[in-house]
Design a protein around this ligand. Structure first.
Ligand SMILES: Nc1c(NC[C@H](O)[C@H](O)[C@H](O)CO)[nH]c(=O)[nH]c1=O
Ligand SMILES: CC(=O)[C@@H](O)COP(=O)(O)O
Length: 161
């Protein structure tokens, strides 16, 4: 099945991010990948009007810690959305499965607990190449996708107010 280019989107469908405050929590594991995701997210947020002072970036050791790092943003910073960025690459054991399950469920729980967007920007790949392909490679950058998602979800919430 063809993989969508994660960086391709209709720019005209994206609201302004000018007045939106973002938290970005980044896993240090596989930082060659995760730092590229963060760069893509930050560049995309700025492309759509976000200001430097409204983009706060924090780091956690690994993807399993991403939900707690994101919760710290919700509890201690006045942010409109949190972008969660990580990269989990399959190893020899089932550890991959449990990390992916943990960060996935944790992210879902945060969205519903805090009634604001916590965007799942975590790559879960079979190997390093698949991750490189989705962190600025041939399949685009998942950080771009996560940034657009954050902007759109904040705008959606605002539309109900
Ligand atoms: N193998 C990967 C990890 N492992 C570390 C865990 O995320 C966690 O930090 C540890 O289990 C302690 O709680 N993390 C990734 O982000 N990516 C991996 O491929
Ligand atoms: C996905 C991971 O947790 C990574 O550390 C792979 O570890 P392992 O080879 O022990 O499964």
């Amino acid at each position: 099945m063809a993989t969508k280019d994660l960086s391709q989107y209709d720019a005209n469908s994206v609201p302004s991010a000018q007045n939106i405050r973002f938290g970005i929590v980044v896993a240090e594991w596989n930082q060659e990948i995760t730092f590229a995701l963060a760069e893509g997210a930050i560049n995309t947020l700025k492309k759509h009007g976000a200001t430097d002072e409204n983009i706060l970036v924090k780091y956690v050791p690994g993807s399993f810690e991403l939900p707690l790092g994101a919760q710290y943003f919700a509890e201690m910073e006045n942010v409109d959305a949190v972008i969660i960025l990580g990269c989990v690459i399959q190893g020899e054991t089932r550890h991959f499965d449990f990390i992916c399950q943990g960060v996935t469920q944790g992210t879902i729980d945060l969205n519903l607990k805090y009634n604001k967007p916590f965007v799942f920007g975590v790559l879960t790949t079979e190997n390093q190449q698949q991750a490189l392909d989705r962190a600025g490679g041939k399949h685009g950058n998942k950080g771009d996708e996560a940034a657009i998602t954050a902007i759109k979800m904040v705008a959606l919430k605002t539309s109900f107010q």
